[in-house]
Design a protein around this ligand. Structure first.
Ligand SMILES: [Zn+2]
Ligand SMILES: [Zn+2]
Length: 390
């Protein structure tokens, strides 16, 4: 029987499971129901299963033959704090929580691959199936690594896959090197001197100074960063004052920074500090600038990217695989694994952009029509990387 036919025969199980997960979304590090379902599935397939790694993470181990070769495949499990606005039968029953990034689909694609490989066993080596909590800002990958993931399950390479809104169904894309940005946050407090709104000359007005800072920060990227480098600085929060007739003591600005290399990140960091220093000095105010490091840059290694592209080509043909896509300014905690071991993060098309579902939106839904492609990609990857003895 062909691999594709075997995988097709799983869809009657995988699609209802995907919709069940969609209906019961859980936020980062709270994925107890989801991880219990995953663990039971893996145990049912005969895999050795470790629960509770990185709080709610699950790892399944599938060993065949005598080869020392190992590979890890990773899916994320968490949902987002969004109120779902879809009206289909399997919409979220957990108010204010929603699978708006397709991690429900990621889980079933990896479970489908575990089933295929457990049933067919056409490989030689060990495959680790990693189901990770809290990708959406919680750093579940870091939590699993700190909990000993890579020592307990010593994978030589690791692979990740994410659905991509706007990439057509039946297509894959990836690239060697940086594919996703790093994300860092900042917190700025500007301290002036409060006073009566009718006597501004007796105060140092932090509202006016912070307003200039917001405008000044727009030049960090546009005037200081080389145009061919990628960077974003967004001020997303501006809090000051409480009422009409009082100039407050302080103003607080918060925001985020996205960059594709650590050098550019450092240029942005020092640029923000320089702008704040200049503006605050000009007005006699003080400032405190706190840089809050987040996910690192996601960097695919060359050999593993070639491996991933080859597997995707087997699934959808060379014309449907882009091996050199543009890096995104979004970020991924898969980066933490890639800091430790070689691997590749690939995108699978979730459907056309125009009028189609957009991730992190309240009307998003994972496309069940791509499940079989994701399962086949994972299965090919393992069979290629851990070749069976002939
Ligand atoms: Zn997301
Ligand atoms: Zn996601």
């Amino acid at each position: 029987m062909l691999m594709q036919d075997i995988i097709q025969s799983y869809l009657d199980d995988l699609i209802p499971l995907r919709r069940d997960l969609h209906k019961h979304p859980e936020l980062g590090f709270e994925e107890t129901r989801t991880s219990a379902i995953i663990a039971e599935h893996l145990e049912g397939l005969g895999l050795e299963v470790q629960r509770g790694l990185g709080k709610t993470g699950v790892v399944g181990v599938l060993k065949e033959g005598s080869s020392e070769r190992t590979i890890a495949l990773r899916a994320d499990m968490d949902a987002l704090p969004i109120k779902e606005e879809n009206d289909f039968a399997y919409r979220s029953v957990n108010d204010g929580k929603m699978h708006a990034c397709g991690h429900d689909g990621h889980v079933v694609m990896l479970l489908g691959a575990a089933r295929y490989l457990a049933e067919t066993r056409n490989f030689n080596g060990t495959a680790y199936f990693i189901f990770q909590p809290a990708e959406e800002g919680g750093g579940g990958a870091k939590a699993m690594i700190e909990d000993g993931l890579l020592e307990k399950f010593p994978a030589q390479t690791i692979f990740g896959m994410h659905n991509r809104s706007g990439l057509e169904e039946g297509k894959f894309s990836t690239r060697t090197g940086n594919i996703m940005a790093s994300t860092d946050n900042f917190h700025i407090t500007i301290t002036g001197r409060g006073g009566h709104a009718a006597m501004p000359h007796t105060s140092i007005d932090p509202v006016v100074i912070a307003s200039q800072a917001v405008t000044g920060l727009q030049t960090v990227v546009s005037r200081n960063i080389k145009p061919t480098d990628n960077a974003v600085v967004s001020v997303t929060c501006f809090n000051a004052g409480t009422t009409y007739n009082v100039i407050p003591n302080t103003a607080v600005l918060k925001g985020c920074i996205r960059t594709q290399t650590s050098e550019v990140k450092e240029q942005v960091r020092t640029g923000i500090d320089r702008v704040l220093s200049g503006i605050c000095t000009a007005h006699g105010a003080k400032y405190e600038f706190t840089f809050l490091p987040g996910y690192p840059v996601t960097v695919n290694t060359k050999e593993e990217t070639q491996t991933a592209v080859a597997a995707a080509v087997q699934v959808v043909g060379p014309e449907n695989v882009d091996p050199d896509t543009q890096p995104l300014m979004a970020s991924e905690d898969f980066s933490y694994y890639l800091e430790k071991i070689p691997g590749c993060y690939i995108f699978i098309g979730n459907g056309a952009g125009e009028g189609g579902p957009v991730s992190h939106r309240s009307d998003y839904d994972f496309n069940d029509g791509i499940i079989h492609l994701g399962v086949e990609y994972w299965a090919r990857l393992v069979e290629n990387q851990l070749p069976a003895k002939r």
